[in-house]
Design a protein around this ligand. Structure first.
Ligand code: AMP
Length: 215
C-alpha cells in the first residue's frame, strides 16, 4: 500500500505505520527518524536540521524534499510505503504530488489520524524513545514501559526522552502543526483521497484503513 499518514505529533502515526509494514511488506518512511539519525551521525543534513528540531520548528522544505526524492526511489519502496511525518506543509504536499507524477507512482490515500488534544499532550510527555538511531523503538512510561527501566527491550540501548519532548518544545510543535500541517487535511480532501479516522487505538485505525482499502 502507498499511504500518507497525517496527524498531530503523538497521534500515533509511527505506531500505525509499524503495524502496517507487517501486513504487506510496505516500508515505513519517517522523516523524523531519518533526521534524528542524521543528527546523531553528525552528517551535513543533521547539522542543518538540529536547531530547528530542538526548538520544535520544521526543517526547511528544500532539505526534506531532497531526502524524499532519494528515499522514494530506493528499491525497498517497490512494495509500497507509509509516509510518516511527511508531507508537513502545503509546499511539501505540492512537491510530493509533482515528484510522484514524475516517478509514475499513485497513492492509495491520505489517512488523517484525529486524536483529542488532551490525549496527545499526555502521550507526548510520557513518551520515551530508544536512543539508537537504527532502532528508535517507542515506549510510554505509563502504558508501555521497557521491561528494564531505561533500557530498550529490542536492542539494549538507553531509552531517553527526546530533546523536542520537553513541555516547551511540545507546545511549539503543536502550534507548528496547527499552523503549517493541519491545512493538509483540506488539501487531501480536495484531492479526493482523504480518510479521517477518529480513534485513539492503533488497532482501530488499522481496521479503518483495511476496510477502506477493501483488504
Ligand atoms: P517527528 O518525529 O515526525 O515528530 O519529527 C521530529 C522533528 O523533525 C519535527 O519536529 C521537525 O523539526 C522535523 N521534521 C520531521 N519531518 C519533517 C517534515 N516533513 N518537514 C519539516 N520538518 C520535519
Amino acid at each position: 500500500m502507498r499511504l500518507i499518514l497525517l496527524g498531530a505529533p503523538g497521534a500515533g502515526k509511527g505506531t500505525v505505520a509499524k503495524l502496517l509494514t507487517q501486513l504487506d511488506g510496505s516500508v515505513q518512511i519517517s522523516t523524523g527518524d531519518i533526521l534524528r539519525g542524521a543528527v546523531q551521525a553528525g552528517t551535513e543534513l543533521g547539522k542543518k536540521a538540529e536547531a530547528f528540531m530542538k526548538a520544535g520548528d520544521l526543517v526547511p522544505d528544500e532539505l526534506i524534499m531532497g531526502i524524499m526524492e532519494d528515499r522514494l526511489q530506493e528499491d525497498d519502496c517497490a512494495k509500497g510505503f507509509l509516509l510518516d511525518g511527511f508531507p508537513r506543509t502545503i509546499p511539501q504536499a505540492e512537491a510530493l504530488k509533482d515528484l510522484l507524477a514524475r516517478l509514475n507512482i499513485t497513492l492509495d490515500m491520505a489517512v488523517n489520524i484525529d486524536v483529542p488534544r488532551d490525549v496527545i499532550l499526555d502521550r507526548l510527555t510520557t513518551r520515551r524513545t530508544c536512543s539508537n538511531s537504527d532502532c528508535q523503538a517507542i515506549y510510554n512510561v505509563k502504558s508501555n514501559p521497557p521491561k528494564v527501566e531505561g533500557v530498550c527491550d529490542k536492542c539494549g540501548s538507553p531509552v531517553i526522552q527526546r530533546d523536542d519532548e520537553t513541555e516547551e518544545a511540545i507546545t511549539r510543535r503543536l502550534e507548528t502543526y496547527n499552523e503549517k500541517t493541519a491545512p493538509l487535511v483540506d488539501f487531501y480532501e480536495k484531492e479526493g483521497m482523504l480518510l479521517t479516522v477518529q480513534a485513539t487505538s492503533s488497532d482501530d485505525v488499522i481496521a479503518a484503513i483495511k476496510a477502506k482499502l477493501g483488504s
